[in-house]
Design a protein. Structure first.
Length: 459
């Protein structure tokens, strides 16, 4: 079978969304709405994908490479939208027409429709579905030979007979066409209607006999007109994403409380516990434990990593490392193999060496820390002088005591130590102990003097 040309109509603004954002750019599980049918078409093996957008060209920045944007200058109906893409349609093409606000169409459905259309020899094939409750949909009336005789609209009283209202097969608004005949009908298309618009179904009488291909999953055609529809579609999209991961060996302890974007990859034998969000272009290896209540965005997680109740944004965590609970890894934080970022630890733009531990209550920013180092509780890299950021370099096998502050730029050599409560402002040689604090002074009898009557009177 051939590689179809797919036209996706996505020029509508969607005023019922009550949003400054065009309807088809609203995200669904990490992907703009209109890009769902785009990716489905690409995965179906489309030879060419054309997205019809408005004159603002708002879709252009998000389209994948190779996808063509055709501009519909004015909102003059679905027929005019497809006609806007005419220069990209060849006479010998099989053309599949989709809507950008019907995001749940699958690659399998697109491929099956195109194949059925080509096998039938029809000049046009309508995708239909059979519903238990077809209210509000146009009913498909079949001819004796099984082709589509007509579509009866039912929105107004008297539009359809009682017999026609009993029909459960409905028009989905998705079509496959032979390219040459479609172009001829689009050129001749009129707009003799109350709205003065050009409707795509009006090309069908000139393309008879029209075939029909029945979609077996009605959820494929769920459209989005408002925020309530967006919620309903997102539920189905999320369920598909989780199911696909589960079939590949991932365990979701609580699917109802888990959010996973479409761009996320997860390895087998990973367990995602309740309340987790995995977003953006995140990759997670095999054998990991994620959560509960962890958010990971645009981060790379290696195999056998454990992350508990933490937030990671643009971070990298290598195999066998542990994070949390209550850790925050900011952009360019890199934990190497078997490293640890513990409780209430924040790391940003820093490289934490293999096996190094930052167990608790510390801020590490703009730092390089070698392997096998242990950072004591409440350590801070003071990386900002009010104008510029500076880096702290801590070597391998270093042991820092509690409440140590490193005033960057500063370097601590391999195997060095710091004393508790130190403020390190100068480089520490390898193997040295840095003591950077004032000498303690004890005032004998201080408490007794505070209790003397003459002191209280003077106060």
């Amino acid at each position: 079978m051939s590689s179809p040309t797919v036209v996706i109509m996505a020029a509508g603004q969607g005023t019922r969304m009550r949003s400054r954002v065009p309807k088809v750019l609203h995200p669904i599980c990490g992907r703009a709405m209109a890009l769902w049918p785009v990716h489905a078409a690409l995965e179906a093996g489309a030879g060419r994908v054309i997205v019809v957008g408005g004159p603002d060209r708002a879709l252009e920045p998000v389209l994948p490479d190779g996808v063509v944007l055709a501009v519909q200058e004015r909102p003059l109906g679905t027929g005019d939208a497809v006609r806007s893409a005419a220069e990209h349609i060849g006479d010998d093409d099989t053309v599949v027409v989709l809507s950008g606000d019907v995001p749940l169409i699958t690659p399998e459905a697109i491929r099956a429709l195109a194949d059925a259309h080509e096998a039938s020899g029809s000049r046009a094939t309508m995708a239909t579905m059979v519903l238990d409750d077809p209210s509000g949909y146009g009913r498909v009336v079949r001819a004796a030979d099984g082709s589509v005789e007509r579509v009866v609209e039912t929105k107004a009283a008297g539009d359809a007979t009682e017999a026609e209202l009993e029909i459960r097969e409905v028009n989905t608004g998705v079509y496959a066409f032979a390219g040459g005949p479609l172009l001829e009908q689009l050129a001749a298309l009129g707009n003799d209607n109350a709205q003065g618009e050009y409707y795509l179904p009006d090309v069908l009488p000139g393309l008879r006999p029209v075939g029909a291909y029945v979609l077996d999953d009605p959820t494929l055609m769920l459209g989005v007109n408002d925020r309530l529809d967006l919620e309903a579609v997102r539920v189905h999209a999320q369920r598909r994403i989780l199911d696909a991961h589960a079939r590949n060996g991932v365990t979701f302890v609580s699917p109802q409380t888990t959010v996973v974007d479409v761009g996320v990859t997860i390895g087998p034998d990973t367990v995602v516990e309740q309340g987790c969000t995995l977003a953006g272009e995140t990759t997670i290896g095999a054998g990991c434990t994620i959560g509960p209540h962890t958010t990971i965005r645009d981060s790379a997680i290696g195999d056998d990593v454990t992350i508990r109740h933490s937030w990671l944004d643009g971070a990298r965590v290598d195999a066998g490392a542990t994070v949390g609970p209550f850790a925050y890894l900011r952009p360019n934080a890199h934990l190497r193999e078997r490293a640890k970022a513990g409780t209430f630890v924040e790391i940003k733009n820093s490289d934490i060496g293999e096996g190094t531990k930052v167990p608790h209550l510390s801020y590490i920013g703009d730092a390089e820390i070698g392997p096998g180092t242990n950072i004591g509780a409440s350590n801070v890299t003071a990386n900002y002088d009010g104008e510029r950021k500076h880096r702290t370099t801590i070597g391998a096998g270093v042991r820092t005591a509690v409440d140590t502050t490193f005033v960057a730029p500063v370097t601590v050599g391999d195997g060095a130590y710091t004393a508790a409560g130190s403020v390190v402002v100068s480089d520490v040689p390898p193997g040295a102990l840095a003591v950077a604090r004032s000498r303690q002074t004890n005032i004998e009898g201080y408490a007794e003097r505070r209790r003397r009557p003459d002191r209280r009177a003077s106060e």
